[in-house]
Write a protein that binds this ligand. Structure first.
Ligand code: AMP
Length: 195
């Protein structure tokens, strides 16, 4: 099974991806996580993308597709994957259609976690406050998170109609309690499995 979780930063994609991983043996593929690891390892990719990541802008499609293809080639992905933070542009979505699942079938479902701006901004503020006291992700600042939100609206939100036209889009209320979001996603997975 291949599932894409869509939604703005702060919508809970990472949490729900981990639950899908635990319950269904899907492998969570977080391009953000892979890219952060490259930055931490100070690889040549890491050095190239460090500044772009630090300000909350998107990494070029070519670079992201390269790391994604490499990750998908690993044997653990054969059991199924849940994409968290990918695709983030129409070009990435088109590339996913063409290159990634050659001979293995297409994406089964794209689940959009819907959430109002006002709630997002307060969640983001909360994350920034938490970061001040706890272990922070270096891109957890108000300024950077605003950039991430702008990038989401400019580049990622247009993916929603892209998948809707293909009949793959499912909408989930991302503002309900975390366990309710999980239940809604579980019922989508059950419907896909029945088909
Ligand atoms: P995330 O952990 O998904 O919030 O991603 C953190 C950062 O990694 C983003 O702000 C981007 O700079 C970069 N990034 C992650 N995934 C992608 C992607 N699919 N396309 C472009 N940039 C990405």
């Amino acid at each position: 099974m291949k599932i894409i979780l869509l939604g703005p930063p702060g919508s809970g994609k990472g949490t729900q991806a981990k639950r899908l991983e635990a319950r269904h043996g899907l492998v969570q593929i977080s391009t953000g996580e892979i890219l952060r690891e490259a930055v931490a390892a100070e690889s040549s990719l890491g050095k190239t993308i460090k500044n772009t990541m630090a300000v909350g802008e998107l990494i070029s499609d070519d670079l992201v597709l390269e790391v994604l293809k490499e990750r998908l080639a690993a044997p653990d992905c054969k059991h199924g994957v849940v994409f968290d933070g990918f695709p983030r542009t129409i070009a990435q979505a088109e590339a996913l259609d063409e290159i990634v699942f050659e001979g293995e079938g297409a994406v089964d479902a794209v689940i959009n976690l819907e959430i109002d701006d006002s709630i997002l901004i307060s969640r983001i503020q909360q994350r920034v406050n938490d970061a001040v006291y706890g272990e922070a992700r270096s891109d957890d600042t108000v300024e950077v998170l605003k950039n991430r939100l702008l990038a989401y609206y400019e580049w990622t939100a247009p993916i929603i109609p892209f998948y809707e036209e293909r009949g793959l889009l499912w909408r989930v209320d991302g503002m309900s309690q975390v366990h309710q979001v999980t239940d809604a996603i579980e019922s989508i997975v059950a419907q896909i499995e029945r088909n």
